[in-house]
Design a binder for this molecule. Sequence first.
Ligand SMILES: *Cc1c(COP(=O)(O)O)cnc(C)c1O
Length: 498
Amino acid sequence: MYYTSTRDSSVKVTAAQAITNGISKEGGLYVPCEIPSISRDFIKELSELDYIGRAKKILSLYLTDFSEEELDYCVGGAYAAGKFSAKEVAPTVTLENGVSILELWHGPTCAFKDMALQLLPYLLTTSAKKTADGKQIVILVATSGDTGKAALEGFKDVENTNVLVFYPNDGVSAMQKLQMCTQEGDNVAVCAIKGNFDDAQTSVKEIFTSDALKAKLAENNMMFSSANSINWGRLVPQIVYYFSTYCDLLNQGKIELGDKINIVVPTGNFGNILAAYYAREMGVPIKKLICASNANNVLTEFIESGFYNKDRDFYTTISPSMDILVSSNLERLLYHLSGDNDAFVNDCMEGLFEDGNYTVNKAVYEKIRGIFEGGFCDDDATKATIGDIYKRFNYLCDTHTAVAVTVYYNYLRKTADNTPAVIASTASPYKFCPAVLEAVASQKDSGEDGFALMQQLNTITDVPIPAPLAAIKNKPVRFDKVVERSDMTDVVLDMLGI
Ligand SMILES: *Cc1c(COP(=O)(O)O)cnc(C)c1O
């Protein structure tokens, strides 16, 4: 299996090279040259395995340059007993007849990013041994909140790596900020920037692709890599849980082998839902992929019209990990749906860069319509849903998950498509206490500290507080720097001492 670039299909690299490089040198994203396909029997076999077994089988289809021992080491390490608070790692629970929730937040940072970022350090260090001859790997992350913490936690004290996280100062929740600023580990740093997530992401991409900086790192036997979802090593672990949820539905007797399901994903950078697209292309019986957005509804408009337009108002919402106007991973979808057309992708990305928008051609648009549905909701609807499903089903969900639940039920009302649905749940409700408390107890934001709010939510709902969140209380703040965008390069060099 080889990988090519969305912006230059003459590129041909191994999985290990794709993972170590993070992004292709002309700025494109790595994609598999061919998407492997699987049979019904393969799904049946998977359904008899535990999560680690399922992950190994699927990863072996994509990481063909990894030995079986290497895969055992990587997957076994990432999802070892005790790392995730649920023994199934990513359990599928029933909301009501025909509607299930795939809980992806039982890892150490209580958000779905752990599913990939617990595995990525293993994949990256194993890949670097094959390709980067002993270079120190410098991980730069732009985060809308959850990736940063999950990357810090995944890479802390991993030998031969540094991890540096930039986040928008006013764009993450108080608990997310506290989680990052109290991070432990000798190879980590965290810095806030004045600007929003797209600013942070654009600047990190610029730093990555700067020849001058790359040369400077090379002189010091270092190289950049990425833990953002533009790295193939982030995406491939996410494909696994869409297979796994299908297997769980089979084992729960909710579906028969071959039955179709719908998948609903609260979407920001388009990584999580793209993983579901790969699972669908590989042969998991999935009818529709339903892409849920908050008030930043650029993807809803795109799916409905084929017109992508980032020049619009930016909203700071109660689902901050989805406050994104440039969904990087969409580039991969454009590549696949256009029949591996790198010129087409270059045109779109140039349009986006120069004019802030692009329109896809009719063939691509029709493919999108056949696979995807889009929907969005605002903060009020999000809160109403949290309250409603707590009352009706005694199920407490976070703000991001609630966006997906809202969009799903709107879709169901509109289409009457009652195909069994799985809604991806991406964070613990305890990461977003102010909004969740308001939703379930009509409690206005009291400005109390995050711990008091967690306690209140626990008292009202009896849902246990995740241990890693409770533990932050006793940790000192280690990072409090806020810089201008233009100073980010200096922060990088400063941290590396070069
Ligand atoms: C990152 C994140 C999302 C969005 O996922 P993408 O892969 O960026 O689309 C949704 N919910 C939560 C809680 C997240 O952390």
